[in-house]
Ligand binder design. Structure first.
Ligand code: H53
Length: 823
């Protein structure tokens, strides 16, 4: 072993010649292809393998350093990691873009085409999953020894296509062409038990006899940070059967049933977010959550014990972050492992668990806080139900001792009312030493609403850590024209220290710089114009305002409000085509959950309105509407740099933070938005005069929820709103099926839960201000530059520093040290 490590192996890339040599070597000896006969996929595989080699030495050095210096480790448990493509970012992080481009050109391959052929790893739905991916980048950049732990879904988020305006879903098969970044670890395998019963021995020890045991197998992807000095691991678990084939059954000719256990085990990591509206779906979801949480905890305990004897020091060396309630079962599972496997008492185990775990909450919507029926929970995880009951007893004692007037039923983890269930948000809260919201407003609302009672019992446990985004992917890599301009103007410190981007603020007053800033935006817009033309066949002008709403389709995000404004504008233009209209292209992108009928109907409405508007010769370039199908990380990377206006128009109090809002502002789009989530903080930083805020506040919404809100009266009192809804409801946009959108209009008229009608007038007013502002090119550009300059605080590096300091108790280097480099 020692002799082997002493051998010097160098695969370092210094120049294009090295890249060429390595790529050819990979093509021949790893892919097994003669370069003469290689197709794009082969080149892509060879390039990824060559780049991956560049990470390995740093990866191993990072691991060695963590062991040698006995550093505290951070484990980020998340059901979702929306990492997207890795090749371009890794090449840029390593500073290899120039030699790689040159080498490929000399080899006769097209660099950009190869980048585009990498599948977009869609192991997540939206913000929460993308946040996890940004955090991986930042933890590596800051040199924090960390692991991301999740599920290696065979099929990520479905692929969306649009047929006749309707969303259709097809399975996403990102693994079909092979995931060349990962290393399979056949030796890293854990047993994952399910079901069965718990028997108490005569000595009073609880012993779990599971009905079934499957395996979790590890796959590792190295994640490099800025300049590639530190490399962390994303470890994803795949479900495997303990026994692949039941030979007896097979020999009896029962071929299908012989594979039953294999199918059952593999189903656990088959698909991201199965439909959980059925009992079967719920069962699978709970099994998925337990599967990856248990494997991760077993793995990190093994790692800890390989270099420490004393398990009671666990919180000094390990911090575990639970990304939302999905891994909340970690509270009970860590206790189980500490008690049943490592022999600790329940009391000690609970203390260690709480000191080690912390929980991030990403939503206040009660329906999104998971809750399992006791029946289901007890049948899948009987031992955990016992442990949770024990925790609940301790917790109730704390509550009773608090001598406050608390409704004890409401604070219990095990809910004995409403059909009985386990409240996973409560479990995560009670089992963690810190609980964070993802923006300042969200953390405040957590204290005032869903966690009010728990906050009073455990004061100072809740804190806010406002989200952030990685500037590497979301500016430097996705927006080359702007990144080049910034580097030329203020240097490149901002890439590793985004707050340094503030240095560009004074250039807002410089007319020549404004001209160049506009030129960069124009270049990005032209690229998007070509994409829109080729993908959906709509011609749009790059001189129009690009008004962008890209996010999951959900009623609270109010894509409906946006399209209703488009309808109002359409009618206004038709009435007076000769007026001085500000040309706009409204761009939508987003997927609706397959079972969410209303969100799917809103997609259809957008497309039906688009059909009418785009084909109306009276309208021309004054208004165009585009729905770009299959919105994903890569599409976002092309839309965001081209945006002029960022739509962040959720019902106030409902968007926990938002991160698209940060990416768009960073890339020089102005925001039109409500005072919701991180919009509030964006407003504080960019200045009220550089953002377009409208509508009800979270407080207004809360008051209306108490006093009642009469949308009918609002509709009757607003002629424009009435005309828009009448048109939508009577089939103006769906003559072939006039009642198609009746349900939308009825919802707004009788049960406008998301206050679309309440904010309609204010939204329209603000949009007209935006129109006027856009016509003043110089002032608009000045304000967009100030947006870019002033949102540096929304870096994921800053967010991770906050976690490190306030939650994990881990040290991080200063921004200066990051930029100066060194190991
Ligand atoms: O998490 C983002 C927030 C965003 C919030 C989102 C989110 C999901 O993507 C999925 C589930 C969930 O409970 C919350 O909606 O506001 O920015 C990251 O914190």
């Amino acid at each position: 072993m020692n002799a082997a490590t002493a051998v010097t192996l160098s695969r370092r890339i210094e120049d294009a010649e090295d890249v060429k040599r390595l790529i050819i070597e990979k093509l021949k000896y790893a892919v097994g292809k003669d370069p003469e006969h290689s197709v794009r996929q082969d080149w892509s595989a060879a390039l990824i393998l060559a780049v991956r080699d560049q990470l390995v030495d740093h990866w191993m050095a990072s691991t060695r350093r963590a062991y040698e210096q006995d550093q505290k480790r951070v484990y980020y448990l998340s059901m979702e990691f929306l990492i997207g493509r890795l090749l371009k970012d890794t090449i840029i992080n390593l500073g290899l873009e120039a030699p790689v481009r040159e080498a490929l050109t000399e080899l006769g391959a097209d660099y950009d085409e190869i980048l585009r052929s990498e599948p977009d790893a869609a192991l997540g739905n939206g913000g929460l999953g993308r946040l996890a991916a940004c955090f991986l980048d930042s933890m590596s950049t800051l040199g924090i020894p960390a692991h991301g732990y999740g599920i290696r879904y065979e099929n990520g988020l479905f692929r969306q296509s649009i047929h006749d305006g309707w969303q259709a879903e097809e399975p996403e098969d990102w693994l079909v062409t092979g995931h060349n970044w990962e290393f399979e670890r056949p030796e890293v395998i854990y047993n994952i038990p399910f079901g069965g019963e718990v028997i108490t021995t005569p000595e009073g020890k609880a012993v779990w006899h599971p009905a079934e045991v499957m395996l979790a197998a590890a796959y590792d992807t190295p994640i490099a940070g800025w300049r590639g000095r530190h490399v962390n691991t994303l470890r994803l678990w795949a479900g495997k059967p303990a026994k692949r084939v039941d030979l007896d059954r097979f020999n009896r000719g029962e071929y299908l049933s012989a594979m039953e256990a294999a199918v059952r085990a593999e189903t656990v990591s088959r698909i991201l977010y199965p439909d959980d509206t059925t009992e079967e779906g719920k069962n699978l979801r709970l099994r998925q959550e337990f599967f990856f949480t248990s494997a991760s905890l077993q793995d990190l305990l093994r790692r800890y014990l390989s270099s420490h004897d004393d398990i009671s020091k666990l919180p000094e060396k390990v911090a575990i972050q639970l990304n939302d309630t999905h891994p909340a079962i970690a509270v009970a599972e860590l206790m189980r492992l500490l008690v049943d496997t490592h022999g600790l008492s329940m009391e000690v185990a609970f203390q260690l668990t709480r000191e080690t775990l912390s929980y991030t909450n990403h939503t206040l919507m009660p329906e999104a806080l998971e809750r399992w029926s006791l029946q289901l929970f007890g049948s899948v995880l009987p031992r955990h139900l016992d442990i949770i009951r024990w925790i609940d007893e301790q917790h109730l004692r704390t509550a009773a001792a608090a001598k406050r007037t608390l409704d004890l039923e409401r604070v219990r983890i095990v809910d004995h009312t409403n059909g009985q269930g386990v409240r996973m948000g409560h479990l995560a809260f009670v089992g963690s030493h810190r609980v964070n919201g993802v923006s300042a407003l969200h953390a405040d609302l957590m204290k005032q609403t869903v966690f009010q009672d728990l906050d009073s019992l455990y004061p100072s446990r809740i804190l806010g850590v406002t989200n952030g985004v990685t500037p590497r992917r979301w500016l430097h890599s996705c927006n080359k024209p702007l990144s080049d301009l910034l580097i030329e103007t203020i240097g490149e410190d901002w890439i590793g220290d985004l707050e340094a981007i503030e240095a560009v603020a004074p250039y807002a007053e410089d007319a020549a710089f404004r001209e160049r800033f506009r030129a960069a935006k124009h270049e990005n817009k032209c690229r998007l114009v070509a994409e829109i033309q080729s993908r959906v066949g709509i011609h749009v002008s790059p001189d129009a305002m690009f008004d962008v709403q890209i996010k999951r389709m959900h009623e609270y995000k109010r894509q409906l409000l946006n399209i209703m404004e488009a309808v109002a504008q359409y009618f206004a233009i038709r009435n007076d085509p000769a007026a001085d209209w500000t040309p706009r292209v409204k761009i939508f992108g987003g997927k609706a959950a397959p079972g969410y009928e209303m969100a799917k109907l809103i997609i259809k409405l957008i497309n039906d309105v688009a059909r009418a508007v785009n084909s109306d010769p009276v309208i021309g370039d004054r208004l165009k509407i585009v729905f770009l199908p299959n919105y994903n990380v890569s599409t976002a990377e092309r839309i965001i740099p081209a945006a002029d206006l960022s739509e962040q128009i959720s019902t106030a109090g409902m968007e926990a933070s938002g991160t698209g809002n940060m990416k768009l502002a960073l890339n020089g789009a102005l925001t039109i938005g409500t005072l919701d989530g991180a919009n509030v903080e964006i407003c504080d930083r960019v200045g009220r005069e550089n953002i377009h805020i409208f509508g009800l506040t979270a407080e207004d919404v809360a008051n209306y929820r108490i006093s009642g809100y009469d949308s009918r009266a609002v509709i009757d009192g607003n002629e424009t709103l009435k005309t828009v809804l009448d048109a939508i409801g009577s089939g103006v946009f769906s003559p072939e099926d006039p009642n198609r959108f009746r349900a939308i209009v009825d919802r707004l008229s009788y049960d406008d839960y998301f206050f679309v009608t309440a904010d309609f007038a204010a939204y329209l007013d603000e949009q007209r201000k935006v129109d006027r502002a856009f016509m003043d090119k110089e002032d608009w550009t000045r304000r967009t530059i100030l947006n870019t300059a002033r949102v540096g605080w929304f870096s994921a590096d800053r967010a991770i520093r906050d976690y490190a300091r306030e939650i994990w108790n881990v040290e991080t280097p200063s921004a200066k040290e990051i930029n100066q480099g060194g190991e």
